[in-house]
Design a protein around this ligand. Structure first.
Ligand code: KG4
Length: 335
């Protein structure tokens, strides 16, 4: 079954053709990051307009790259939530018109379910149940993936997402948007251990997380140094910051595995590209005897293929919709 999949929830327009949920036939992406970098973050209105400009040509490219014609497409999948509402709406509207024109089923896909499904593309043997650590620019979740479409949130951030925190910390360190990858590169230049940053925990909800205090601490450190004319050890701060994020995420993922009895963990989302988090996860899983899946970097960030992968399993579960599908800025992964 060939699915034409659309992703437009933030600043990447992506269209892919995926066969039977596991094989990527094409994966076309148009990133707007350079444009938003001028403003230090995503400007929602610009994001929506750019999606409109490129989505049609990108769909044609995805078909061409896959060696498909429109008639070869069996269904259309699309991210319908969560994300920037105007941006999501572009993908949903376009996908609806394609499904209608081709007279094929329309499959709504939750963006974070898509991130988790990126693992199915990289690891053919991976099947639920497993535990997912979904860490991206807009979401930070520990999810019990009981089945392909049956998920329960075990822990989540109470405020900022891990990626949002990386991006803001990077900005005060003078790094370009999106800041996660440059922060990662800068952190490699130091052993850290210089800055003592807060590690928050949520009383009574040990699997939940909070990153806003950490973000504020880095912003305050940078502003204070600027005001008193002090030189910051930027590399050490980047390293200590990433370590603080990792120290928040990894022990909670391990604890969630212990509580649920899961012995397989899969990472997902843009922040799963972080080398310190990957290293810590590898070490912790090795020590605990768990099997760890770390998607290749190109499948960590937003892409259309992951929506096609999850779309296949949503289709098998009977989750197709009509032309009344709407876009949503927020929606629970377990709905
Ligand atoms: O998954 P994604 O592409 O978009 C969302 O669904 O949100 O994630 C983007 C986020 C950005 O905040 C970006 O800075 C972060 O992932 N990111 C990283 C790294 N590469 C990308 N964060 C930390 N380390 C990285 N190497």
């Amino acid at each position: 079954m060939k699915i034409l999949a659309f992703e437009s929830s933030c600043d990447e327009t992506a269209v892919a053709v995926v066969e039977d949920g596991r094989t990527v036939l094409s994966d076309a992406i148009a990133s707007q990051a350079d444009m938003h970098a001028l403003y230090g973050g995503v400007v929602p209105e610009i994001a929506s307009r750019k999606h409109v400009e490129v989505i049609c040509a990108l769909a044609e490219q995805a078909l061409r790259d896959a060696g498909c014609t429109r008639q070869d497409i069996d269904a259309v999948a699309v991210t319908y939530a969560p994300g920037l509402i105007g941006a999501v709406l572009v993908g949903v509207s376009f996908a609806k018109s394609v499904a209608c024109a081709l007279n094929v089923p329309l499959i709504p896909v939750h963006h974070v379910r898509g991130h988790i499904a990126a693992n199915y593309l990289a690891f053919p043997e991976l099947e639920p149940p497993f535990l997912a650590l979904a860490i991206s620019g807009g979401n930070t979740l520990i999810v019990d993936v009981r089945d392909y479409t049956d998920m329960e949130i075990l822990g989540s951030t109470r405020d900022d997402a891990a990626g949002e925190c990386f991006d803001k910390a990077a900005r005060v360190l003078g790094l370009p948007y999106p800041g996660g990858a440059p922060m990662d590169a800068l952190a490699q230049q130091s052993q850290g251990g210089v800055y003592h940053l807060p590690h928050a925990h949520v009383d009574g909800a040990e699997l939940d997380m909070s990153f806003s205090g950490l973000k504020t601490a880095v912003v305050n450190l940078a502003h204070h140094a600027q005001q008193v004319g002090e030189e910051l050890d930027r590399a050490a701060l980047a390293r200590d910051f990433a370590q603080a994020v990792s120290d928040t995420l990894v022990p909670r993922a391990m604890e969630a595995a212990r509580r649920t009895g899961r012995t397989v963990i899969a990472a997902a989302g843009g922040v799963a590209a972080n080398s310190i988090i990957r290293g810590d996860l590898e070490r912790a899983c090795r020590e605990a005897g768990y099997k760890l899946y770390l998607p290749p970097l190109r499948l960590c960030g937003d892409n259309g293929a992951m929506i096609g992968a999850q779309g296949y399993y949503e289709y098998l579960a009977g989750h197709t919709v009509g032309m009344d599908l709407n876009a949503y800025a927020t929606r629970d992964i377990s709905e």
